[in-house]
Every structure is written in C-alpha cells, then in structure tokens.
Design a binder for this molecule. Structure first.
Ligand code: FRU
Length: 504
C-alpha cells in the first residue's frame, strides 16, 4: 500500500478516480431498448427462476427469484407478477421476503379443500412450498400460505415441513395426483443428480416414495425438477408422464434443461427410454429452470423459463433490471421416428391477431427485404415461414444493423448439416465466449419445414418443425435500427407463405 501511494502521483489517482466514477455512471444508464415488452422482466433489480406458477381466479401468477435490493443475485426473495393473457404483466409487491433464510425456488398450490388446516377456512387458500436456504448451512423445505390470492403470505410457524439435513436439497414442485389421491412433490438432491418424490395428503407431512437418479445428462448438478402428465398429440385421450430438470444443456459447460418420458404410478417414475438417452428441451443457452403452471385445465400444460444462463447472467448488460422470462409455451408430446418428443407452442397464439405483413408464393435467391419488413418499427413480433422447397445450402432470417453492417444476427437452417441454428457471434455485445458458438438443433425427420420466431427486443425464440425444435438466445445489439431480410445462399428458397404479426 505504502509503495503504491508513493509511486503514483496525486493527479493520476484523481484521473483514475474520475474514470472509475464515470465508468460506474455509464454502467448505470438505463437500457430500456433491450427490455422485452411481451415477456416479463422486473421493473428493477435481479431476477432468476420462475417460482409458484399458478392459474387462479382469472390470473396467471408468476412468482420469481428476486433480489429486491440490487441488480445482482442476493437477498433471495419471491417477487410477484400476474397476467390475464400471458402477455401483459403487472408487477406486484414482493410476495415472500427473505429473513435469516433465503427464499429459494418452489411452487404454489391451491389448497381447495383446506386439507392443511392453515389460515382462514372461509377464504381461498394458496400454499407456497419452497426451499429455505441457510447459506452454507442447510437447505430445508418450508411453507407459507396466503388468504388473499397470493398478495401477502404468512410463513408457517412449524417450518420446516421437510428436512433431510442436507446442504443441497431444493426446488420442490408439487402436483395433485388424481389416481393416488395425494399431492406429489418432486425435489432435487442436486449433487447426487437425483430427484426424490414425496407424497402427502395435507401438504404438511411428507413421506418419501422413491428416488430417480443416474440417468440422462449427469455432467452438472440437477435443479428445479417437475413432473407432469402430457397429452400425446393425435392420440386422443393418451398421455405420458414427463419428468423435467435443469442441469447441463446441449453444450458442455452451459446450463439447460432435459426431460424423461415414461410412467408414474403414484410412487415411482419409470423412464421408458434407456438410461443413457439424453433429451433436451431447448437447444439455446437461454432457457432454464422452467416449471409448469398449477391449476390450468387438464391437457393445457403451460410453462415458462428463465431466459438467461448462469454462465453469463452477471454480465447481462441491462439496467435497472437483470433477467427476463421466456415466452409461455404450451406443452404436449408428439410421435417422431425416434419416439415421443416434447412439442412446445407459443402462448398466447399471436397468430390469431391481424397480420402486419403477409406474402405468399415467393421465391428467394438473394437477401430479400420484403416490403413492410424493412426496418420493422416495433420490436416485438412473431414471424412465421412456411417452406415449399429449396435447393439452397442455407436459408433463413437475418437482422442487420443499419448503422454498422458488421453487426447482425441470423436464425437459419443449414441444409447440408441438417441443422437449425441461431448465430449471435456478430450480434452486438458479446457476454461470453459462448456467444461465438452456434446454438444449433438437429433436424427432426418427418416434421414439416415450418419456422416460427418470436422476437422481443433482446430475445429470440425459435420454435420449428411443429414445435419439436426450440432454440432460445439473447442478443444485445449496439444499434437499435436494423433491417430484417429473408436470405438464401447458393440456391433458391421457395416460400409458401411468410407472415408477421407485430405485437403492440
Ligand atoms: C436454479 C437455482 C435453484 C435455486 C435458485 C436460487 O437457477 O440455483 O436451484 O433454488 O436458483 O436462486
């Protein structure tokens, strides 16, 4: 310290100080141009996982991992927002604040029959079950309840409701299981790459039923499990059970989500694929910790995820918020040549709106800026491409900065590699070396060449081939003025139809 102060003259200390101050100020400039408008992001401060998703009395409730005091992870509490249409979100006051314990991820269920005996039995009762994290000591499952439709919560005075004396034991998710007439909780033992299932009749006392582990992707820890019964498209009244968890995604070193398809008999989940089968939910790097909504109509399973990655979440260059949710997606299973696979559809279905732009039977052989697509003013829109045929090497959509042509993002299909991809290596601000690696998904044999891209400022979500292919990627262009074109390389692309719905 002494040597430092001696060797640096006062003026340069002043200059460094001034630089530091100006850096801090510039880092704090609001970045509203990157804020998605149809996806939820908190007005200010940090957000990660969605929690306690529930449909209740006309509202979709979204609770979320939140730092109410800062733009970085910390002070973990449950934030709260709600929406009537899954598109306009209203942020509400913090629902469950942290105490000595951090309020980690969990779920909310409707205690319709007041089986827990908590609260005022003359009013509706919502029950939140979440992980209480005592930093570096223990993780236990706790309960809180609400008699005012989720606005305010009372922590149960007999917490914990489940404690197995582990440092890592978290993210309970609960369903009502009709045939065994009990609540089933899935909860992760992250370091063991395992999910435990517990059963309960009253939400307070939980009995261990079974444990599922050592299958699928095992590289990174397992978090945020959920178990749901999904309808199988085209097979009326048939369904299968699906177990999801968050862990490593498609790319080594980056988080993502996987799923297992099988049966659940009220006690045990049986994977119908071999234990080394790896099935991924989304091939982008920005989809994590998704859980389904509780209490939606049967066959209307919907979810949303955190649209960011732990690998570079801290670097997200936004202010005064950090973190956003993905689109809401409806889930089902669909037959493919390789077996049953997950199908995701955007919710709400924006294609029921009046289209902003539509063109039919067009042939493209070089980048084509279609009338009305040039310089889309709004920054939130759904694009739908139906392909007739192509002999091109690659084709797709390209967003290119008007001010700096070297800045662009591409969503495309590579005919030689039979691969869908999002290329954000030149998309503006690079948050991680991961931005240089394509987010790529394989072609699904037998499914139509049909593409949907939901664009919402800094978010791009591709759902292709009837929703069997999903890629979610963030990008942070320096320039907010950009042209959008359809392109085709080394050959021709014949489009049956292209439609754009601007979401205002
Ligand atoms: C997943 C996660 C959860 C945990 C929460 C803490 O992103 O690590 O396992 O409950 O975030 O914020």
């Amino acid at each position: 310290m002494k040597i430092l102060s001696k060797s640096i003259p006062l003026p340069s200390i002043l200059v460094s100080l001034l630089m530091l101050i100006s850096l801090t100020i510039s880092a704090q400039s609001p970045t509203e141009h990157w804020r998605p408008s149809i996806h939820f992001s908190p007005k200010k401060n940090w957000m990660n996982d969605p929690n306690g998703l529930i449909y209740f009395k006309g509202y979709y409730h979204l609770f979320f991992q939140h730092n109410p005091k800062g733009n970085d992870w910390g002070n973990m509490s449950w934030g709260h927002a709600r929406s009537k249409d899954l598109w306009h979100w209203e942020e509400l006051p913090v629902a469950i604040p942290h105490g000595e314990e951090f309020i980690f991820s969990g779920c909310v269920v409707w205690d319709k029959d007041h089986v827990s005996g908590l609260g005022d039995a003359s009013k509706d009762l919502l029950v939140a079950i979440y992980t209480a994290d005592y930093p570096n000591k223990k993780q236990e499952q706790h309960l809180a309840y609400s008699n005012d439709d989720g606005l305010t919560w009372k922590k149960y005075d007999q917490n914990p409701i489940l404690d197995i004396q582990l440092l890592n034991f978290r993210d309970p998710n609960i369903i009502w299981h009709h045939s065994s007439k009990q609540f089933i909780m899935s909860v992760a033992k992250p370091l063991d790459r395992s999910v435990q299932f517990y059963g309960s009749k009253n939400l307070l006392k939980w009995d261990l039923l079974s444990e599922f582990s050592n299958q699928g992707e095992l590289e990174m820890i397992w978090e945020c499990p959920s178990l749901v019964e999904l309808p199988i498209e085209g097979r009326e009244k048939e369904s299968k059970w699906v177990l999801f968890n968050s862990s490593q995604g498609v790319q080594k070193g980056f988080v993502g989500m996987q799923y297992f398809v099988g049966e659940f008999n009220g006690k045990t989940f049986i994977n119908e694929n071999t234990s080394d089968t790896k099935l991924f939910v989304d091939y982008g790097k920005d989809f994590y910790a998704a859980i389904p909504f509780y209490n939606t109509a049967p066959n209307e399973v919907m979810w949303l995820g955190w649209a960011l990655s732990w690998q570079y979440a801290k670097e997200q260059p936004t202010f005064p918020w950090k973190g956003q949710m993905s689109s809401v997606r409806k889930l089902s299973l669909v037959d493919t040549h390789e077996g049953l696979r997950l199908k995701q559809d955007f919710q709400p279905d924006f294609s029921s709106l009046e289209p902003t732009f539509q063109a039919k039977d067009i042939s493209i052989s070089k980048p084509k800026f279609l009338n009305g697509m040039k310089m889309l003013q709004g920054k939130s829109y759904l694009i739908d491409l139906e392909i007739e045929s192509t002999n091109a090497d690659r084709w797709g959509l390209k967003w290119q900065s008007v001010d700096n042509p070297k800045e662009y993002t591409v969503v495309a299909f590579d005919e030689n590699k039979k691969q869908w991809f999002i290329d954000r290596s030149h998309s503006g601000k690079i948050l991680s070396p991961g931005f240089f690696k394509l987010d790529a998904a394989p072609w699904v044999e037998g499914k139509a060449k049909h593409v949907r891209v939901l664009v919402d400022h800094s978010m791009l979500e591709l759902l292709a081939q009837e929703g069997t292919v999903a890629i979610s990627s963030l990008r942070f262009p320096h320039s907010i003025r950009e042209n959008l074109s359809v392109f085709s390389e080394k050959g021709k692309l014949d489009l049956k139809q292209i439609t754009i719905w601007e979401v205002k």
